[in-house]
Structure formats: C-alpha cells, structure tokens
Ligand binder design. Structure first.
Ligand SMILES: C[S@@+](CC[C@H](N)C(=O)[O-])C[C@H]1O[C@@H](n2cnc3c(N)ncnc32)[C@H](O)[C@@H]1O
Length: 200
C-alpha cells in the first residue's frame, strides 16, 4: 500500500528540529547499538535505520563498515546527518522521504528501529510493522528500542509489551528471551530493548 507523504506530520517534525525541541535526541549513538552488535550479521551486511533523525547510529554503523541506509522525512535532520558523515569521511545511503511512501528495491539484513514506532500515531502501527517485515529479509534481525512513557497521548506514544506482541506475532517473528531489558534515555524515560528475528 503506497500512500502520499503526510506533509502535515513532516512539517511538524521539521519544526521540532528547527526549534531545537528534540528531547529524544541523545546527541550520540545509543548504548543499545554496542550491546546488540554480537547478535547481528557481520559488516558489510545491510542495515536500515528507519526514522533515523540526526542518525548517530547511522554514523556508527557506517564507521563499523556496515552498508547502512537511513530514512527520515525531516530535511534538517538528514542535512545534519549528511554533514557529520562527510566530516568523518563515511558513506551511508540517506533517503529523505516518508516511510509510508518509500518502496526500496532491496531488502535488509538488519533493521535498527529506535524511537520510531513511538513517533507514529497508533493508527499507523500495524502498517509500519507490516513494512518492517517486508523490508527485512527472511532470517533478518529487527533491533527495537520502544519508548515506555506509561501515559496516554504522544508523541512519544507508550509502546506496551502487549502492543508489541500484537504487532510482531510469533507466527512471523522469533522473539529474544529477554523481554524486560531496558535502556535508559537521557529524557528520563526508558526504552524497552528487544531483538526479533524474521521467520523465513
Ligand atoms: C522521536 S524521533 C527519533 C529519531 C531517531 N530515531 C533517534 O532516536 O534520535 C522520530 C523521527 O521520526 C521521523 N518520522 C516521523 N514520522 C515519519 C515518517 N512517516 N517517515 C519518515 N520519518 C518519520 C521524524 O522526522 C523524527 O526524526
């Protein structure tokens, strides 16, 4: 299902970057990336970072030799990321587009999803989960950092374990054993840190 770019949402996110209202932005790669490396296929496997924002993780994956693609529809974030990559002489594919319009002509070995789902209104979650499944090759790994706010409304929207189990059913995904691992976020919130494998 290909949709049109949601210009209203795009403008809202772009404005957050321009106004520097970016509480989610760590200013550096999440410690989750380092923790997850041993579970991933080795470089130069193909990594997708959807809704990458300023993309500190895109830079880290590129520095480690992965073939990395970052997607985000906020031009300022992509512009900033481009600049930091070139400053370090690193290469990544950057796509400035809406994730609900994007139709890549390749599949990925790894998807590193960090505070992307929680940025989307819940009515989009099942289509987003369908896309994640489609973008990943069979046997590929989805690393997810899902924001825990324990309150109504968003963004960031609270992503409960029950919601995740509905979005990523056992029939399609093999779940890691540890469902309670969390990563502290500088905003004071926690992210549930889960690794899933796409079944064949
Ligand atoms: C909470 S931020 C997270 C950014 C980054 N993953 C991080 O952890 O710093 C959410 C990001 O999703 C992007 N975004 C939201 N909806 C999107 C969509 N439909 N298509 C592409 N990017 C989107 C926003 O522009 C923003 O950069």
């Amino acid at each position: 299902m290909s949709q049109k770019t949601d210009k209203r949402q795009q403008a809202k996110w772009e404005k957050r970057y321009i106004d520097k209202k970016t509480a989610w932005d760590r200013g550096e790669a999440s410690p989750a990336l380092e923790k997850t490396l041993s579970k991933l296929p080795k470089p130069p496997s193909k990594v997708l970072v959807p809704a990458c924002g300023r993309g500190y993780e895109v830079v880290s994956f590129a520095a480690l030799g992965f073939d990395v693609t970052g997607v985000d529809f906020a031009p300022s974030a992509i512009h900033d990321l481009k600049h930091r990559l070139s400053h370090r002489n690193l290469v990544a594919t950057l796509v400035d587009t809406d994730l609900f319009v994007w139709e890549p002509n390749e599949s990925f070995d790894v998807i590193y999803e960090q505070t992307a789902l929680c940025a989307l209104t819940p009515d989009l979650w099942s289509e987003y989960a369908r896309r994640l499944h489609h973008w990943l090759r069979p046997g590929g790994v989805l690393v997810g950092m899902f924001m825990q706010t324990n309150r109504d409304g968003g963004p960031p929207w609270h992503v409960s374990l029950t919601a995740l189990q509905d979005l990523f059913p056992e029939a399609l995904w093999s779940w890691s054993d540890n469902l309670n691992e969390v990563i502290e976020h500088p905003s004071g919130l926690q992210e549930r840190f889960i690794t899933l494998k796409r079944r064949d």
